[in-house]
Design a protein around this ligand. Structure first.
Ligand SMILES: [Zn+2]
Length: 293
């Protein structure tokens, strides 16, 4: 069955390896939001920091979906980076393929850009030191991109499909991997692999207590070879409240770090401030009405 979400996804052209880090935009409106919704499945330690803002669940408690923040004069933008690694890519990593991107993290730090990383559990298992280092840096927040980076619907870039009875475990096992790596406070935000979801997946995850996070700006960094083209696409797409999807993996998004060197100063020149997804969701839940596109 074709659903609107998948129609958006299907318009996204990717290379042959796109299954590993598929990403496309699904413009939309956040659900009616209210602060303080309990987030039960962060998997993080029972420690101090205030509970991150989440969207209120939809009808029957269905997992809410966040796409972008308020289109207000407060020009904030969230850069998000998917740290993709698919469960069956271990042999490729063992053969020397790099699914991480330390230079990108270093550049974000050098530019002092707060950012949210949607990490797979498999990535955290492969790069535990980096996962911990990112997770302990207040500049960043770690969110959930499933354990295996398998699809939660069929027809999602040829990704292997998670059976419904495994969906919840896919999210929970990623939190377990973060914890094991030493990430202290993973966020209760979940990005579907490939951005592919449907009502059944949202319903199945409702007990996990996460807010699903999509995006309204596709950077096009997957398999890109032209950093300027990526930068241009981002700069043309960003509006106040935008959430930009990019990737944190050298092997399949090799020019992202270079593109950032243009994107960051240019957006700042236009008056934008970078915020993590938690702040973006927080600004969307502060009671103000926000626009739809
Ligand atoms: Zn991904």
């Amino acid at each position: 069955m074709i659903i609107p979400v998948r129609r958006f996804v299907a318009t996204c052209a990717l290379g042959a390896l796109g299954v590993a880090l598929a990403a496309c935009g699904t413009p939309g409106t956040p659900h009616a939001a209210r602060p303080g919704h309990p987030a039960s499945a962060s998997g993080s330690a029972n420690a101090q920091p205030p509970r991150p803002p989440t969207l209120a669940p939809g009808s029957s408690g269905i997992t809410p979906v966040f796409t972008n923040g308020p289109r207000t004069k407060d020009k904030i933008v969230s850069l998000t980076f998917d740290a993709d690694m698919t469960a069956n890519e271990g042999t490729r990593a063992a053969a020397g393929e790099h699914f991480d991107n330390p230079e990108l993290i270093a550049t974000l730090r050098a530019f002092k850009v707060p950012a949210t990383l949607f990490m797979t559990g498999r990535w955290a298992d492969e790069y535990p030191k980096e996962a911990k280092d990112i997770g302990q840096d207040p500049l960043f927040e770690v969110a959930n991109h499933s354990y295996s980076h398998y699809a939660f619907t069929d027809n999602c870039y040829g990704l292997p499909i998670v059976p419904q009875e495994r969906m919840r475990a896919e999210v929970e096992e990623a939190y377990t991997a973060f914890k094991k790596a030493g990430v202290p406070h993973a966020m209760p935000y979940f990005r579907f692999p490939g951005g592919c979801y449907d009502q059944q997946a949202l319903r199945t995850l409702s007990a996990v207590g996460v807010t699903a996070v999509q995006w309204d700006v596709v950077s096009g960094d997957a398999f890109a070879t032209d950093a300027d083209a990526v930068a241009r696409q981002v700069l043309e797409g960003v509006k106040p409240g935008s959430v930009v999807v990019m990737h944190c993996t050298r092997s399949a998004a090799p020019v992202t770090e270079q593109a950032l060197r243009t994107i960051v100063p240019e957006l700042r020149k236009k008056g934008f401030r970078f915020v993590k997804v938690s702040e973006m969701i927080g600004s969307a839940t502060q009671g103000e009405r926000h626009g739809t596109t």
